[in-house]
Design a binder for this molecule. Structure first.
Ligand SMILES: N[C@@H](CCC(=O)N[C@@H](CS)C(=O)NCC(=O)O)C(=O)O
Length: 220
């Protein structure tokens, strides 16, 4: 039987400890029990290692994460997570029921398209002095939409009682909100879900505070 060598190699994650999009992928890999190697891309050091011509060949968008897996290099955290889901289906991160599946994608997209890009490093660098208020504004605006939606869809987790891609998106976005000093207690459902999810091993071991590239003063 011919087994491609690339399928035997561990996936490689190009990421940054504090990047919420990298954390999404780390959670998915951890939930699926997939071992992987990490190549740190420091978004701050040397003016940003994501901007080097070498990294541009890995991800032309000059962002993390990028993952090399099964002989292909992919960027865009949700595309990566859905590739992992389609090739390694257990445990399931997208519900079978089409309505629930759409709700998972809706919540994931609100975060991945409607919140995170507006508070991303590159955008904030363009905003300048107003950057903290700008980030807070768009995070609060997004959470104001998420809170009533999650009230309808959530059980123990974002959609019903199974962990899904929506949970994978939520926790790193709450981490960003806290970094920008957004008072998350005004969103009780988001706060409750975040607390519940942070108790789960896959979320703990993938946390920004304990990655190979976490600076020693931020390690815990
Ligand atoms: N839609 C992309 C967004 C990736 C993204 O924004 N990555 C951020 C870190 S979370 C980044 O690399 N920022 C670098 C920069 O802004 O220069 C994804 O989901 O992977």
């Amino acid at each position: 039987m011919h087994v491609s060598l690339s399928c035997l190699m561990k996936p490689v994650l190009h990421g940054y400890f504090r990047s919420s999009c990298s954390w999404r992928v780390r959670i998915a890999l951890a939930l699926k029990g997939i071992e992987y190697d990490q190549v740190p891309v420091n978004l701050i050091k040397d003016g940003g290692q994501q901007l080097t011509s070498q990294y541009k060949e890995i991800n032309p968008m000059q962002q993390v994460p990028a993952v090399t897996i099964d002989g292909v290099t992919l960027s865009q955290s949700l595309a990566i997570i859905q590739y992992i889901e389609e090739t390694r289906p257990s445990p399931q991160l997208l519900p079978t029921d089409p309505k629930k599946r759409a709700q998972v994608r809706m919540i994931s997209d609100i975060i991945a398209s409607g919140i995170q890009p507006l508070q991303n490093l590159y955008v904030l660098q363009k905003i300048g002095a107003e950057k903290v208020q700008w980030a807070q504004h768009f995070i609060v605006r997004g959470f104001e939409a998420l809170e009533p939606l999650l009230k309808q869809t959530a059980g123990r987790y974002c959609v019903g009682d199974e962990i899904s891609m929506a949970d994978i998106c939520l926790v790193p976005q709450v981490y960003n909100a806290e970094r920008f000093k957004v008072d998350v207690s005004q969103f009780p459902t988001i706060k409750r879900l975040n607390q519940t999810l942070l108790e789960i091993d896959a979320f703990k071991e993938s946390h920004p505070s304990c990655q190979p590239d976490t600076p020693s003063d931020l390690k815990s």
